[in-house]
Ligand binder design. Structure first.
Ligand SMILES: [Cu+2]
Length: 337
């Protein structure tokens, strides 16, 4: 009887973690189900952020109409069907990176791979047992040894110089006059705030499939509210996470930075051309990780200013005002901690 009892107990213990886990999964599913409802509730307040409709009725200060929502260009700022290489680049660092990949690294690894393969095939055929019954007993060849030591060192040096340059470029701080935008990753959407322009945070959620199709935008890459930035002006992104680690990534701008809770990561961006550039959260962050897209709408500078005014923001922020200074100081202070 005792044995039966202990068997039952052992069985219960063995299955307990699984049962507990099931409960958790259910709880998470419920949370996911509840999330869209919460998002929808928040939507009306947020939808003014990037809508074509003027927000004038809601905010008496803003009498300027927002510029119309920019249409994306097929294949620009998004992957192309069948594409196997890097996306076309629209930032100076992107061009350097693309050059390093296309002109230096890819040809180099192709040549090395083909050379090694050819050498192996030649050795296998030329020195097979039937063709070479008495193998050579040579164990040293100074010339070959020098060549196969020096040549790889030279190749590594040739690769290292532009690589280190690119690395430094990627982490170069933004100039002092850059526009500061704060990006926050949430489970599972993004928040954008413009401390320089006194525009409070608005959120950006996945655009449902029917709406994305109706807009002519790529589903799963298109959000409802975009991150609006000026083209041709330096921008400083302050990137953080509110709950877990996310990553803010836009491949066509050579832009990727982790969004870590409790830390403010900085990334300098310069967008060369107006357009819509798509990206996604690139750090596995939970159940709806694949459903938190990013779209940067880069507007010509005058249109960007118009957008700022349409959101009730101020333009003075860009050239440091009394208003913007405390916000900027807070950011710097946070960073030091
Ligand atoms: Cu994420």
């Amino acid at each position: 009887m005792k044995k039966v009892k202990s068997l039952v107990l052992a069985g219960l213990l063995a299955f307990a973690p699984a049962l507990a886990l099931n409960g958790q999964v259910l709880a998470q599913d419920n949370a996911v189900a509840a999330a869209p409802a919460a998002d929808n509730a928040a939507a009306p307040a947020e939808s003014a952020a990037n809508a074509a409709a003027p927000a004038a009725e809601a905010a008496p200060v803003a009498k300027v109409a927002a510029p119309p929502r920019m249409k994306p260009t097929e294949g620009i700022g998004m992957p192309r069907p069948g594409e196997v290489t890097l996306q076309e680049q629209f930032s100076p660092t992107g061009h350097t990176a693309r050059w390093l990949h296309d002109v230096l690294l890819l040809p180099l690894i192709t040549i090395i791979s083909i050379f090694v393969l050819a050498l192996m095939l030649y050795v296998m055929v030329r020195y097979r047992r039937s063709a070479n019954p008495v193998p050579s007993k040579t164990s040293h060849n100074t010339l070959i040894e020098v060549v196969w030591t020096v040549l790889p060192v030279v190749i590594l040096l040739v690769v290292a110089v532009p690589s280190i340059g690119l690395l430094a470029d990627q982490y170069k701080p933004a100039p002092k006059d850059a526009l500061t935008v704060k990006v926050t990753g949430y489970q599972w959407y993004w928040g954008y705030e413009y401390p320089d322009n006194a525009i409070p945070e608005y959120v950006s959620n996945l655009l449902p499939e029917d709406k994305a199709k109706a807009n002519g935008e790529p589903y799963l890459l298109a959000p409802d509210n975009r991150l609006v930035l000026p083209a041709g002006r330096p921008v400083k992104l302050i990137i953080t996470g509110a709950d877990v680690i996310h990553a803010f990534a836009v491949p066509s701008l050579w832009l990727k930075m982790d969004a870590v809770p409790g830390r403010l990561n900085e990334k300098s961006v310069f967008i060369e051309k107006p357009g819509v550039y798509y990206g996604q959260c690139s750090e596995l962050c939970g159940a709806r990780h694949g459903f938190m897209p990013i779209a940067i709408e880069a507007l010509p500078p005058e249109q960007f200013d118009q957008w700022v005014l349409s959101q009730g923001g101020s333009l003075k922020g860009a050239t440091k005002t009394a208003q913007a200074a405390p916000a900027a100081a807070a950011v710097v202070a946070d960073k030091k901690i």
